[in-house]
Write a protein that binds this ligand. Structure first.
Ligand SMILES: Nc1ncnc2c1ncn2[C@@H]1O[C@H](COP(=O)(O)OP(=O)(O)OP(=O)(O)O)[C@@H](O)[C@H]1O
Ligand SMILES: [Mg+2]
Length: 336
């Protein structure tokens, strides 16, 4: 089985890397090791944690969430930046933008009620996910467009969540499209109502240049929705481009993680995505002195055979179980 350094080689020209897998299999460790190895090769890399239960700081053995620099990448070395996305802050910013958009065209008397409603919506199911997704899409699109980073690695929450994130841009694009259609219909009605209310001369009504009027509030709202739609469209295109995005699925040679990886591969296929590689973590040597460990090694060898025969379409890399937790850049860079 090939080593992690070969995976670094495989991904050396891939700008976006998602690391996913079942809980506790070693996603954060793998993502942080990849990031450290790229940085070691002087490839400018950003590692982003999208798991609300962050552990990047722990793995790099440093604090990443200083309140002054929330949701801004922190430079760990010249070539390595790290970012733990704070969902509470993201959701606050997201709803502040929504409120701003609504207040540009809503009746000011309605705003207190609308604000109350928005406040409640923050804790609605899926709201945090949607806000997080928009933030991820923005980092993803910006980083590829601005070209600051050669790699942006997403350390994600356990599998289901990652996959939903990868599929959501298209859903969100369709949803924003629906909103835009509705907005257009309402704008038409509103236009008709305005024309009835204000006695316009015939010539003004038929003048196509009449649009040169104070900024149309509706148009502002439509522009915001259009910008979101474009963001999701671009993100969706990047995620589906095999040259640009790789999904790395981490598992251990145990029954449940293997099952979960099977499901993940199928779900990815349904979304016309595919993993670029699998990483089997926590391997132990096949020959052991101790009877307990020898039994475990035999079981692992048999499960490894299952993995290799089941996932024949994908390159598989192996990482050995270390004597202690992998902490700090030096240990991560060396992990093989
Ligand atoms: N190869 C390894 N050798 C030794 N310890 C490891 C190895 N891989 C992971 N660990 C340890 O196992 C624990 C879980 O690893 P990690 O946090 O990377 O998993 P995760 O998949 O990100 O977990 P979660 O689903 O909770 O985010 C950590 O304490 C980590 O240091
Ligand atoms: Mg993790």
């Amino acid at each position: 089985m090939e080593k992690l350094s070969s995976l670094v080689q495989q991904l050396s020209h891939t700008p976006i890397i998602f690391v996913g897998g079942k809980g506790g299999v070693g996603k954060t460790t793998t993502a942080a090791a990849l990031a450290s190895k790229f940085a070691e090769q002087q490839q400018k890399t950003l590692i982003v944690s999208t798991d609300p239960a962050h552990s990047l700081g722990d793995v790099f053995a440093m604090s990443l969430s200083s309140s002054s620099a929330k949701n801004k990448p922190k430079a760990l070395t010249e070539y390595l930046d790290a970012l733990e996305l704070d969902p509470d802050l993201i959701i606050d910013e997201h709803f502040a933008r929504v409120e701003k958009t609504i207040s540009s065209y809503a009746n000011p008397d309605m705003m207190p009620k609308i604000r109350e409603h928005l406040q409640l919506s923050k804790s609605a199911p899926g709201a945090q996910e949607a806000a997080m997704l928009e933030a991820i899409c923005r980092y993803l699109v910006d980083s590829v467009e601005q070209g600051v980073y050669q790699h942006i690695i997403f350390d994600t929450a356990p599998t289901g969540h990652t996959l939903r994130l990868l599929m959501l841009p298209e859903m969100m694009e369709a949803w924003t499209d629906g909103l835009l259609t509705q907005q257009r219909r309402q704008a038409k009605l509103k236009g008709a109502a305005d024309n009835l209310a204000t006695k316009k001369t015939k010539s003004a009504l038929s003048n196509p240049f009449e649009d040169a009027k104070p900024v149309d509030k509706w148009q502002q709202a439509v522009d915001v929705l259009n910008a979101r739609k474009n963001l999701f469209k671009k993100a969706g295109e990047l995620l589906h481009d095999r040259q640009k995005t790789a999904v790395v699925l981490v598992l251990t040679a145990d029954n449940l993680p293997i099952e979960e990886t099977r499901r993940a591969v199928n779900q990815l296929k349904e979304a016309k995505l595919a993993p670029a590689a699998l990483v089997v973590n926590q391997l132990i040597e096949a020959e052991q002195n101790d009877e307990f460990w020898q039994n475990r090694a035999i079981r692992q060898q048999s499960l490894l055979k299952d993995i290799q025969s089941h996932f024949v379409d994908y390159p598989i890399y192996g990482v050995y179980l270390q004597p202690s937790d992998v902490r700090g850049r030096e240990a991560l860079t060396k992990l093989n």
